[in-house]
Design a protein around this ligand. Sequence first.
Ligand SMILES: [Zn+2]
Length: 241
Amino acid sequence: MANFRTHISVAAGIGAAATSYGLYIGLWPLAHAPSLVVLSALGGVMPDIDADKSRSVRLIFTVLAVAAAFIALSIGRAYFSMAVVLCIALALYVGIRDVVSLIFKFATRHRASWHSLLAAGGTSAATAALSYHFFAQSPRLAWIDGGALCLGMLIHLILDECFSIDLEGARLKRSFGTALKFFDYQRPVATTLMLGATVALWPWLPPSPYAPTATRAHCPTAQVTSASAEYPHHAELSYSR
Ligand SMILES: [Zn+2]
C-alpha cells in the first residue's frame, strides 16, 4: 500500500488541479478554493483511519476534534456562558482525539469497511451535511465539499490498488482487491452499521442545489445571504411568497 506521504501529496495535488479548473470555469468562488484542497487531502488519508499505527489516524482525529470544538463554540455560545462553552469544546477536542480514536482503533480492522465505496459515499454525505448545517454553506457548496472529500477517498483507494501490483514480479500482491470495493463483503455487521449510518443521514442532507427552493431552511440567519449570493432568483422566489 502507498504510504502517508504519497496518499496526502497525490490527493492534495489532484485536488488542487481540480479546484483550479473549477475556479477557472466559475464553479466556486476563490474564497472557497482552499477548503476544497484541504478536503481532498483529508479524503486522501481518510480510509487509513482504520490503520492503527498510521499517521493518518492522528491527523484525521485531530481534524475531527478541531471541527467538533469549532461547532460546539459556534452553537453553544447561544445557550451557555463562554466559560461553559470553552469547557465543552475542550472536552470534545480531547475526547475525540484521544478517547474516540482509541475506541476506533479496537473496533476497526485495516483495509476492511473503511476501504470501500460505501465508506466514501457515507463520509462524503456526512461532510455535505456538516458543511450545510454547521459551516453555513449553500446547498451547492455543501455538496461540492462532500464531493471534494469523496475525490480524495477515491484517489486513496485507487492508489492502494495500484500499489498492490508488483510490476517487476509481474504479479498481483495478496492485498489486491481489498481497497477498491463496494463494501466489506466479509463483515456483514460492520457493513450494515455503516450503511445504516449513511441512510440515517438522509434528513440532514442539504437539499438538491437544483431544487427551485434550494434555501437554507435549517439556518435562518444564513438563509438570505447564502441563497441570494448563489441563487438570487431563488432567494427572491422564496421570500416573495
Ligand atoms: Zn489505505
